[in-house]
Ligand binder design. Structure first.
Ligand SMILES: Nc1nc2c(c(=O)[nH]1)N[C@H]1C(S)=C(S)[C@@H](COP(=O)(O)O)O[C@H]1N2
Ligand SMILES: [Mo]
Length: 248
């Protein structure tokens, strides 16, 4: 009898504790939810989640950088008909003749490069699976100079010590920001050839970026200006809610 009373008491206590715990967790959950939804948004993403993404970027940005190579394929596997996607900053009245790559140094001075200057540097070719965030991918073949070779050749050490590069089309309508480890990644190219021929006009002639460790949004076509910064350069698709880092 006594034992039964004790165990009944114990059971009641357990029920009370269970209820208390339930209320504690439920209110913590509601509180967290309210906090999350009432937050200032950054590119459509609540600040706390955005912070998490930024942490990811720091961690994965470093891990992805130089030791993680995108898978490559033989040239025979590259598609002949390469899809054309995205024409922001690709206005028809572009004057290819007068084009120069404008590189803004850390002291604010501009250096201008012709395609001849760029073609003189060692050429690197790559066939990889080009992935668009819209969900398609294509094995494509590109040629150009590694951005890291360009940096070495022109002694851009001060510039490369900063955290990001920004790239902008000549009309300034499309622009991307790239973290420096990814820019200096051995597969990142200042690209001027596709399938062994000069880039077609609508695919970035005369010079585009090819950055295999990231989604297609970062492979800006028709580069006009490159600059260096410790702050995140503006990024067309990040401003429209996509992840700034866009690695895959
Ligand atoms: N200037 C410029 N570059 C751009 C874009 C754009 O709209 N304008 N779109 C991007 C996107 S979303 C993709 S998937 C690739 C497509 O490259 P492609 O046309 O050579 O296939 O270019 C990227 N670079
Ligand atoms: Mo894309």
């Amino acid at each position: 009898m006594r034992e039964e009373i004790i165990s009944k008491k114990a059971a009641r206590r357990k029920t009370i504790i269970a209820f208390l715990l339930f209320f504690l967790f439920a209110s913590a959950g509601v509180y967290a939810w309210i906090k999350l939804t009432k937050q200032p948004q950054n590119a459509g993403i609540p600040k706390t989640l955005r912070k998490g993404l930024e942490k990811n970027e720091q961690i994965f940005g470093a891990a992805y950088s130089n030791n993680r190579l995108a898978r490559t394929y033989p040239k025979s596997e590259a598609v002949k008909k390469v899809r054309v996607n995205g024409n922001v900053g690709m206005n028809k009245d572009f004057d290819a003749e007068s084009w120069r790559l404008n590189l803004i140094k850390t002291n604010g001075d501009s250096s201008f490069f012709t395609m001849e200057d760029i073609r003189k540097l060692p050429k690197t070719e790559i066939v990889y699976d080009f992935k668009c965030i819209e969900g398609w991918s294509q094995k494509t073949w590109w040629g150009g100079v590694k951005f890291s070779d360009f940096v070495k050749h022109y002694h851009l050490d001060k510039e490369a010590a900063l955290k990001y590069i920004g790239l902008i089309t000549p009309d300034r309508k499309y622009y991307v920001g790239i973290d420096m480890p990814s820019a200096l990644h051995p597969q990142t190219l200042l690209c001027y050839e596709m399938n062994g021929k000069p880039l077609p006009m609508n695919q970035g002639y005369p010079l585009r970026l090819i950055i295999p460790v990231k989604y297609g949004i970062k492979s800006i076509k028709r580069i006009g200006t490159i600059f260096f910064s410790d702050q995140r350069p503006p990024d067309y698709w990040a401003e429209r809610g996509y992840d700034y880092y866009a690695g895959h």
